[in-house]
Design a protein around this ligand. Structure first.
Ligand SMILES: Cc1cc2nc3c(=O)[nH]c(=O)nc-3n(C[C@H](O)[C@H](O)[C@H](O)COP(=O)(O)OP(=O)(O)OC[C@H]3O[C@@H](n4cnc5c(N)ncnc54)[C@H](O)[C@@H]3O)c2cc1C
Length: 423
């Protein structure tokens, strides 16, 4: 069985009994493909709604982005409320932002209900890299307060940034007490345990190789077949492995993280006095937080070619030292990377293919939205599809250029935005 990629998370994962590979043919009401947050949440919600559920995972539970991410619970969607309003009008923007805000509450409820030990901490600080970004954050918070009576956020002036994060490069920011951070692999493993307890049958080391989308749904794996009334496609950056058409809706972009050696507790407290997750306002953003054992977990830079950097530490370290010059030459104990499924417009792609529901393309913003997505998929199976359909109505377009050109065209586009970060 492919183990979890070596990382700080794999080294500190709680145990979950290995689940057997599928051998033989089985049937269920619902067959879920993919054992990350999206698939696990859909499986758990569907089981709670009374469906029998089988989940197949190609590797181990949490092997994909869900077990490797920055653990940042970033409120909202990748688009600001103002961008959503400009594109879709005030009513729809209100509905979308309310849904996104609900996502954070859902994750916290799951953690509490199943006593998932995943080092949950409160607070997210969005750090402004330019004065103009702080101005945009103020307008955003005004919108949230005016339209949704939102009371979770507060604007932090440049002079007060040090109370949140000890970096010299920021011009203020937006602190949101409804954000936070967690140990993502332990959250995924906790969801899997809850799903098993609810009766979900999980098969690890079971890649779906072929899919019949309906009447009934049929999933073929190396040593058996699963037949179901409904399917859930939850493979995010790997969606192309089971559905080529959906695979063209996202681009897998590699992102890298490091975890330092544990810092002394007063050094850690001085670095991020708020204890919040921090992400900054660059297009290719830096994001970081403290772990429960006082390591700095830091992600920075993106790579648009499939080959990983020869040395992840050397790739990420300059970003880390730019944010925290006081950590020059800090020891780094773990490095790892993962694939982010990015859509062309950076909004998630929800929809149906026959009797299969899918949700993917979180564009680096999936820690909160995925848990809610699972709930919306289960609701849709029960005939309550309004909220699923709202997200499915978001505009979607495949990457242009066909299989050969889409990657070079995308790289050109991204390099342009990355250059704007530096101008
Ligand atoms: C390095 C990194 C940092 C990130 N940081 C953040 C962050 O701080 N905050 C945030 O909000 N988001 C972040 N993200 C994004 C977030 O992790 C994802 O949006 C989220 O985890 C997606 O969950 P998922 O369940 O849809 O997909 P995944 O977790 O990728 O799960 C998909 C699963 O499907 C399985 N699979 C694939 N193909 C098949 C098949 N054919 N048959 C069976 N199984 C299959 C895979 O093995 C995998 O386990 C980050 C992502 C990465 C990679």
């Amino acid at each position: 069985m492919t183990p979890h990629a070596p990382s700080y998370y794999a080294a500190t994962a709680h145990s979950l009994a290995e689940q057997p590979p599928l051998a033989g043919d089985v049937s269920a009401d619902v067959v879920v493909i993919g054992g990350g947050f999206t698939g696990l949440s859909a499986a758990l919600h569907a089981a709670e709604a009374g469906f029998s559920v089988v989940l197949v995972e190609a590797n181990r539970i949490g092997w994909g982005a869900s077990g490797r991410n920055g653990g940042q619970m970033i409120p909202g969607m990748r688009w600001s409320a103002l961008e959503l309003e400009e594109q879709f009008g005030t009513d729809q923007a209100r509905q979308l932002v309310s849904l996104a805000n609900e996502a954070g509450a859902r994750v916290r409820e799951r953690i509490a209900r199943h006593s998932i030990r995943c080092a949950l901490r409160q607070g997210h600080f969005h750090a402004a890299c330019r004065p103009a970004h702080l101005y945009d954050m103020r307008r955003e918070l005004d919108w949230l307060e005016r339209n949704l009576s939102y009371d979770g956020g507060r604007i932090i002036q440049a002079a007060d940034v040090g109370e949140y994060v000890a970096s010299p490069i920021y011009h203020g920011g937006l602190y949101d007490r409804n954000g936070g951070h967690l140990h993502p692999l332990n959250y995924a493993l906790g969801l899997a345990q809850a799903a098993l307890d609810a009766g979900v049958r999980i098969f690890e080391a079971t890649p779906a190789q072929d899919l019949d989308h309906g009447g009934p749904v049929r999933v073929t794996t190396p040593r058996g077949q699963v037949t179901g009334r409904f399917g859930v496609l939850a493979c995010d950056a790997f969606m192309g492995s089971i559905d080529k058409r959906l695979g063209r809706m996202t681009m897998p972009v590699a992102n890298y993280n490091v975890a330092t050696a544990p810092l002394l507790s007063d050094q850690a407290a001085a670095l991020i006095p708020s204890g919040a997750a921090v992400s900054d306002s660059k297009f290719v953003l830096n994001y970081y937080r403290l772990s429960s054992d006082n390591r700095l977990i830091f992600g920075g830079g993106e790579k648009y070619t499939p080959t990983p950097p020869r040395d992840i530490q050397a790739f990420v370290r300059p970003y880390l030292e730019q944010v925290f010059p006081q950590l020059k030459n800090v020891s780094i104990d773990y490095t790892w990377g993962g694939l982010v499924g990015v859509t062309l417009n950076r909004l998630p792609d929800f929809g149906r293919r026959g009797d299969c529901f899918y949700a993917h393309g979180w564009s680096g913003h999936g820690v909160l939205l995925t848990t809610l997505a699972g709930e919306l998929i289960a609701d849709a199976m029960r005939g309550h599809a309004e909220r699923f359909d709202l997200l499915a109505s978001l505009p979607k377009r495949p990457f242009p250029g066909g299989p050969l050109l889409r990657h070079p065209l995308y790289v050109l586009g991204m390099l342009w935005f990355a250059l704007k970060d530096r101008l």
